[in-house]
Design a protein around this ligand. Structure first.
Ligand SMILES: [Zn+2]
Length: 268
């Protein structure tokens, strides 16, 4: 009888030992799996294109909690910025480009259909604050751009410039044909109704101060900021606003960067 009991006990002990080792092997297996997963994700992160990493570093390298908040926003918007149209001296607009134009009667100008509502909302919000705006220029056809350029060149030639000197001088202020954002219908020159001259004093008007502070809420950016002339290749234009959508506009204006820099950061 005792002999039988003893055998049963031994069998039980053996079964328990087997269970112990089985669970140890499973635990070991799971740890190996987790370790492999971690190593793979690390490797993938370091194998990702350098632009992406630079972008993260750039964002993280900024100052204060505001920039930390922005990093998520920037990552989110980076995915859909490829739809943003970049037009500058090295990215002329395709000749076939033709915007869907809508006329804004109050100002007698035409803009791309997509910016009509945001533009009206922005100006209405400013007017509620007691400001008065005027749209000095919106959509301009390529032909009109050519006329403007020719007029300015002729003026300088009359003052004694050679054609190439005049051209070089004029394109500092007026975009060459095909390189003007005005041909996209997505850009507007907005001025104070009481001061409509496009010069450095425009920046000091209440209207421009308000626009520069609030434009991003409506999806607009100050396209040619002061101090960024080496990037935009255009002198500071306190009045030229470009529609890029609210997400991109907030990211660009909060960092004080240009559309060129924003697209670079997003790796587009
Ligand atoms: Zn303009």
């Amino acid at each position: 009888m005792n002999h039988v009991k003893e055998r049963k006990r031994r069998r039980k002990r053996r079964a328990m030992r087997r269970m112990f080792w089985r669970s140890m092997i499973s635990l070991f297996g799971i740890s190996i799996l987790l370790l492999t997963w971690n190593l793979t994700s690390c490797a993938l992160r370091y194998l990702s294109p350098p632009e992406e990493r630079n972008h993260e570093e750039y964002v993280a390298g900024g100052e204060g909690s505001h920039t930390a908040d922005f990093s998520e926003e920037a990552m989110e918007t980076a995915a859909d910025v490829s739809g943003l149209l970049l037009v500058n001296k090295s990215h002329p607009l395709e000749q076939s480009y033709s915007p869907d134009l809508t006329r804004i009667r109050e100002y007698g100008v035409e803009v791309d259909d997509s910016i009509c509502e945001p533009l009206k909302n922005m100006l209405a919000a400013g007017e509620k604050e007691g400001l008065s705006f005027w749209i000095a220029s919106a959509y301009r056809s390529t032909e009109r751009q050519r006329e403007l350029l020719d007029e300015d060149i002729e003026t300088l030639i009359r003052r004694g410039y050679s054609y190439s000197e005049a051209y070089e001088e004029v394109v500092k202020e007026t975009m060459p044909v095909g390189c003007s954002e005005h041909a996209t219908g997505l850009a507007v020159d907005i001025v104070s109704k009481d001061y409509q001259i496009l010069d450095e004093k425009q920046a000091g008007t209440d209207e421009i101060i308000w626009l520069q502070q609030n434009c991003s809420q409506y999806g607009f950016i100050l396209r040619y900021p002061e101090g960024k002339e080496d990037i935009t290749k255009v002198s500071y234009e306190s009045w030229h606003f470009r529609y890029v959508g609210v997400n991109a506009a907030k990211a660009i204006m909060s960092q004080g960067i240009t559309l060129e820099e924003y697209l670079d950061l997003a790796g587009v």
